[in-house]
Design a protein around this ligand. Sequence first.
Ligand code: SF4
Length: 313
Amino acid sequence: MDMKVIPIQLEKPAKSAAWYQTPAGEPRGFIKPHALDELWFHTGTACNLACPFCLEGSKPGDTRLQLLRLADAKPFIDEALTLRVKQFSFTGGEPFIAKDMVKILDYALQFRPCHVLTNATEPLIKRLNQLAPLLRHQNKLHFRVSLDHFEASKHDIGRGAGMFDLALKGLRALHEMGFSVSVANQMLTDSTPEETAQQFKAVFKNAGLPEDLHRVEFPDFHPPGLDVATPQISANCMVTYQTEDSRRAYMCAFSKMVIKQKGKMRVYACTLVDDDADYGLADTLTESMQQAVSMKHHRCYSCFKYGASCSEM
Ligand code: SF4
């Protein structure tokens, strides 16, 4: 019998109407990607901590986004190199919960510098001896540690008793081993920017760290899946209030994030929008680079208003 092979066309999920239009019917603002300078990997939403404000909703045992394996990451690292990526970055959850994390870094560091966001507590501290051999790579491995507040008690409200001291211990250990480090904190409303800077300097000094450690601040991004009311960003806003340079500085203009969900890898527009399937752009990086990114997510307003960015590039 003659069998005809019919090629199967997998249909791309359609975007919601809000991707294209604001509720007032205006054309939505978009960002056109111009490069893949940075590729982020989401290592999974499992975390040893359960901070109520976590933008990923990460907590112990969470599986919304699955743990990244070396076999998942490798094809995207290889493809990103063909697109002239400059850096690989990793966020979670807590990346050191992923069993393959050190192997993934070892592979990626052969090619490019790497940047890891960590809470620097038990999962990282337990694996410090596995990290030491990564110092042999010419490409630099950088760690950014979360310290929500300069006061231990305020940091520990969200993260649990003793977590401030443990994070400082992990941070100091990384610094003493010779890794470059920085700190991420929340935008604080209970002190001025100058007071915040002074207080963090004192914390770093007391911990035996350089006083001028690089620090990045983040607004409240809210837990995933929330419908947060923010001003809508139209196409007109993107030309009236933004410039060519500022548009190129949006993360979705020069980076992408890869996640694993339901056993499948998918390329998302950035690190802040993986709770909305509209932002799942493609299965490959090359295809994802063809897609303009809508400003419909409430977190896009943080980029628009504050220039918020997870990147340190
Ligand atoms: S959150 Fe920011 S970087 Fe991400 S898609 Fe929106 S505007 Fe782009």
